[in-house]
Design a protein around this ligand. Sequence first.
Ligand code: TYM
Length: 338
Amino acid sequence: MEIIMIDGNKVLFSGMQATGSLTLGNYLGALKNWLTLSDEYMCFYSVVDLHSITIRQDPAELRRRARNLLTLYIAAGLDPEKNCIYYQSHVSGHAELAWILNCFTYMGELNRMTQYKDKAAKHADNINAGLFTYPVLMAADILLYQADVVPVGRDQLQHLELTRDVAQRFNAVYGDVFTIPEPYIGKSGASIKSLQDPAKKMSKSDENPNASIYLMDDPDTVMRKFKRAVTDSEACVRYREEQPGIMNLMNIYSVCTGRPNEEIEREFDGRGYGEFKTAVGEAVVDVLKPLQERFEDLSKNKDYIDGIIKNNAEKAGYYAQKTLRKVQKKVGFPEKIR
Ligand code: TYM
C-alpha cells in the first residue's frame, strides 16, 4: 500500500468543533493525547468549523469561538511551527472530498450513527442533511491527509469505524488510494463523565453548568463544581463499576496527576469524599491554570496568530490537494487544462 510519508513521518489528524466552550472532557479525552503524540507524527489539528454549522450558529460567535479554539490548541502546548493548526473552512478540499465520499457511503450506515440520533433528537426542528452526513465530512478530514492515526475520545469511535469502512470500500474499487486510519484512545481520559450524572458524558452542550468543567473556569468555580459532584453513599474511594461518580473522579485525578488507580485508592483509604473531591479539584486547577495564562498571552498577540492561520492553511491546502487530485482522477473527473 502506498502511504504518503510527509517529511518522513507518519501522519496524525484530529479536530474539534468550535461549538460551545471546551470542557475538561475535550482536554483529557483528546487534546492531552495530541500533545503526547505530536513529536512522533506529522500532525494536522483542525478547527472543524464546517461541522459546526450542522447546528445553527450565530456567525460572529462562531468566528470568535473558532479563533479561541485555534489559540487554545497552541496554548495547550502544540507548536504551530511543527504541527499544522488550521481552520477546516480554509481548505476547500475537505468539502470536495466529502462530496465524493458521500457517493461511497450508504444511508443505512449513516442511519446507525448514534451521535446523529442523539443530535437529531436534541435539535428536532433542524434535522438537516449536513447533520446526517456529518460523519462523511469527518472521514474526508481524515482521509484527505492520509492519516495513520486519529486521537479521539471514545464517543468518536463509531465515526472512525465508518471512516475505515468507506476508505476500504473506495480502495477496493480504485486501488490503494487511502491510508486506513487507526483510532487512538487514551487509557483513563477516554470518556470523562458529567459531574452531575456519571451515566452521561461530560458535554459542551449540557444545560446544567455544574455538570461540566470548562477549560476557562476560574479556580473557585472548579473547586465548587467538584464539591457538588454527584457520588454515592459508599464512603470509600474505590475504582468499581458500582461507584460511577467516584470512578469518574478517579479517572480525572489519574490523568491529571499521572497516578494509577491503586495508588489513588491507597492515598485516600479511610479519608472522606470531601477530601478526595478537594484533591481532584486542585489537580484540575493545576492543569488549567498554565493553559489559561498562555491563552490570555497568546490572545493579545493578533499578528502572531494571524500568521499561523495563514501559513498553516497553505500548508494543509498543499497536502489536501495532493490526495484530492489523485481521487478526482481515480473517479474519472477530467484533468484541468492549465
Ligand atoms: P468534539 O468537538 O465533540 O470533541 C472533540 C474531542 O473531544 C473528545 N471528547 C471527549 N473525550 C472524553 N470525554 C468526554 N466527555 C469527551 N467529550 C468530547 C471527542 O471524542 C473528540 O475527540 N466529530 C468530532 C470532530 C471532528 C474530528 C474529525 C475528530 C471532525 N472531524 C476528524 C477527529 C478526526 C467532534 O465533534 O469532536
